[in-house]
Design a protein around this ligand. Structure first.
Ligand SMILES: Cc1ncc(C[n+]2csc(CCOP(=O)(O)OP(=O)(O)O)c2C)c(N)n1
Length: 374
């Protein structure tokens, strides 16, 4: 993967992080019969390599070659085409409902990042899945990063879980505690598995997920294949929604990417030995530069101008603007619809102009229409 990406660039850190996760998933689940759905699809190079596309991997992202994302047209192992973040749980739940209607038996597994989980659609799907209570497995690939460091209260909650005790340790401790109660404890330990589970669950770090109808497992080291295999095999036998919270390091296995996962999320070609990026000489200012400079100029001239980005501070260049206007550059996470309505609320209170930005072309169009209508 590193060799190919050094020549053509690509989602280097994003795809290096979940390698062990990918291997463990394919080891435990019978893909493509079991459906494996990757959120966005930018982290799935290892999935491509081990599902019959190793020889063609050097063609990835090139004309006539493999797609950089998942493509149903490319392989039966790619069960859902995406690109936008936050879609995987919806697609997985849809497949689970269809499976049950057809009376079939396969597993459906969605893999979503902690960034993707900030998307409204992911929350909507989570909400329905917890209510539907169908057999569905959601694997959270938590590396504390969106493209930039992740933002928001959910991200803060995941951070607190990271610092807590894993579920299995809590369960062991409670078993020991029960056994130590003379007479009653030994009996309870042997006979009342439900009581033991219930007490353990009350201390589970992912209690919010449990309250929303998911059985929570984690946090689990996402680079420990044995631990992953154990939990996936356990989850296979449950008949309700499961959330498996894995902790991974973006860029794992390539030191420069581990050190600076932000810059290495998606890269240009690079020198493997030094880790320096090979950039084509720019003949004109980039769109990002022009956009960022123009926005900064507008913010300087009018203190009602606020810039809003949906998890793309670097792609829009707003990361260069925010040090100058820390109160007026807002990263809302992967939440475009929220960003637009948030801006509408601000506009109604006299903060009239904004730049909602996820993609460069989108920013150009939207800033024009909103500044003219403001
Ligand atoms: C709706 C939407 N907004 C923004 C993006 C741009 N984008 C691509 S990947 C990504 C970060 C995803 O973070 P996470 O889900 O945690 O995955 P990771 O790369 O950390 O594995 C973003 C913001 C997108 N693909 N879709």
């Amino acid at each position: 993967m590193i060799e190919t990406l050094s020549k053509i660039g690509g989602h280097t850190a994003a795809s290096l992080g979940p390698v062990e996760l990918t291997l463990a998933l394919h080891y435990c689940f019978d893909t493509p019969r079991d459906r494996l759905i990757w959120d966005v699809g930018h982290q799935a190079y290892s999935h491509k390599i081990i599902t019959g596309r190793r020889d063609r991997f050097p063609t990835v992202k090139q004309y006539g070659g493999l797609s950089g994302f998942l493509r149903r047209e490319e392989s039966p192992y790619d069960v859902f085409n995406a690109g936008h973040a936050g879609t995987s749980i919806s697609a997985a739940l849809g497949m689970a409902i269809a499976r049950d209607l057809k009376g079939e038996e396969f597993h459906v597994v969605a893999v979503i990042g902690d960034g993707g989980l900030t998307a409204g659609m992911a929350m909507e799907a989570f909400n329905q899945a917890g209510h539907e209570k169908r057999r569905l497995i959601v694997v959270l690939n938590d590396n504390e990063m969106s493209i930039a460091p992740n933002v928001g209260a959910v991200s803060g909650y995941l951070n607190r879980i990271r610092g807590g005790q894993p579920y299995n340790t809590i369960k062991d401790e409670i078993e020991e505690l029960l056994k130590s109660i003379p007479g009653v404890g030994e009996m309870m330990f042997k006979s009342a598995k439900m009581v033991k589970d219930a007490i353990s669950r009350a201390f589970v770090p992912g209690v919010l997920a449990e309250e929303l109808g998911f059985r929570y497992y984690g946090p689990i080291n996402g680079h420990d294949t044995d631990a992953l295999i154990e939990v996936f095999n356990e989850a296979r036998h449950l008949d309700h929604p499961v959330l498996i919270h894995t902790l991974t390091m973006k860029g794992k296995g390539y030191e420069p990417a581990e050190r600076d996962p932000y810059s290495w999320h998606g890269t240009t070609p690079f020198d493997i030995a030094t880790g320096s990026f090979i950039k084509a000489k720019a003949t004109a200012p980039t769109y990002t530069q022009v956009f960022a400079e123009t926005t900064a100029k507008m913010m300087e001239q009018d203190d009602r101008v606020v810039a809003i980005t949906a998890a793309m501070p670097d792609g829009t260049g707003l990361n260069k603007v925010s040090p100058r206007f820390p109160d007026r550059v807002i990263d809302v996470g992967i939440a475009e619809q929220h960003a637009v309505t948030l801006a509408a609320g601000m506009a109604l209170e006299g903060i009239s102009r904004f730049a909602p930005s996820t993609r460069r072309s989108f920013s150009a169009r939207s800033i024009r229409s909103f500044t003219t209508s403001a």
